[in-house]
Design a binder for this molecule. Structure first.
Ligand code: SF4
Length: 75
């Protein structure tokens, strides 16, 4: 059984893609979705993913901070 993960903590995830309107909605891309150019992943959705690769804590925190700012949830 695969443990649930969140893309925001994965090395393969990015919010820096060229679909800026989708990024502005907080949707990211998975580096493994090369055959699906119009597919996006939610950063916080809990999913089973066999190809999850942990990102550094600093990278994940920077993304979370960016998403927090996007949603106007700043402290
Ligand atoms: S490899 Fe899995 S967890 Fe990582 S970004 Fe892609 S879909 Fe998300």
């Amino acid at each position: 059984m695969t443990t649930a993960v969140q893309c925001v903590y994965c090395e393969r995830f990015t919010l820096r893609h060229h679909h800026t309107a989708m990024a502005a909605q907080g949707l990211g891309r998975c580096a493994l979705m090369t055959d699906r150019p119009a597919s996006f992943v939610s950063p916080l959705w809990r999913r089973s993913c066999a190809t999850y690769q942990p990102a550094s804590a600093a990278k994940a925190e920077a993304r979370i901070e960016w998403l927090r700012d996007l949603r106007g949830e700043g402290a």
